[in-house]
Design a protein around this ligand. Structure first.
Ligand code: FE2
Length: 243
């Protein structure tokens, strides 16, 4: 087979090799992160058949509280970050705004489920780990290449898309699926699959059109993964078992 034949046989793609490699690397990193989650204290406690259903709910409740602490800030920082995109790229700004708008009320949903699961309504200052998540997002929003947003956002969406179905299985095994306080996870099990697919195509498109943007995407992914999810969920676990 000649080089010409190989070139001819290669499937046509509208994405650059850099874009394909970048997405594969981000996906590999999220998979590796999921593996680390699966060997973490909160996850082992959550999935252990010896853990009582009351304790499982307590961990989930505290994770919802954590979401309500950081989500409004990560959302506002996200809007700020892609608000700094090149202004000629109206289509990209429009699609990212639309996606982020769908996420906007998730902190409210998390708070409502936290309350349904018996969470204390008293206002408390954010925990250190959730403060760190907000701080990383705001720092990225202010000084990073705005295209880096897509790398960090892919961790948010794809990790939830991987975890939510497994969490739903845990609830089903325990007969908790009908619990109204678990709506947040049920919604995410469906919605974040779509959001992760949207981000996949956006990352492939953006890296193709902006060669070199992969560097900022991978860097922002690293910044965010340093503070999320393990430190946040470990704190939630500590609060749950302390009560
Ligand atoms: Fe989402």
């Amino acid at each position: 087979m000649t080089a010409h034949d190989i070139e001819f046989a290669r499937p046509k793609t509208r994405y650059s090799q850099e874009a394909l490699d970048t997405f594969a690397e981000l996906d590999r990193r999220v998979d590796a992160c999921f593996e680390r989650v699966k060997s973490s204290r909160p996850w082992l406690f959550f999935t252990d058949p010896k853990t009582s259903s009351q304790q499982v709910i307590a961990v989930v409740r505290e994770i919802f509280r954590a979401v309500s602490w950081y989500q409004v800030h990560t959302t506002e920082a996200g809007f700020h970050m892609f608000g700094r995109l090149p202004k000629h790229d109206v289509q990209l700004i429009r699609t990212l705004c639309s996606h982020k708008a769908e996420e906007a009320e998730h902190g409210i949903w998390a708070w409502e489920d936290y309350r349904r699961l018996g969470g204390d309504p008293k206002a408390v200052l954010p925990s250190p780990a959730t403060f760190a998540v907000s701080a990383v997002w705001w720092r990225m929003a202010q000084i990073e290449d705005p295209l880096g947003y897509l790398g960090a956002e892919y961790l948010f969406e794809q990790l939830t898309a991987l975890i939510a179905p497994v969490a739903m299985d845990v609830f089903a095994l325990r007969g908790l699926s009908g619990n109204s306080g678990l709506c947040f996870i049920a919604e995410h099990a469906v919605e974040d699959q779509k959001h992760a697919t949207f981000l996949k195509h956006t990352i492939l498109d953006v890296v193709t059109r902006y060669p070199g943007s992969s560097v900022a995407m991978l860097r922002c992914y690293e910044y965010f993964e340093y503070v999320y999810p393990l430190p946040v969920w470990d704190e939630a676990y500590e609060r749950a078992v302390r009560k």
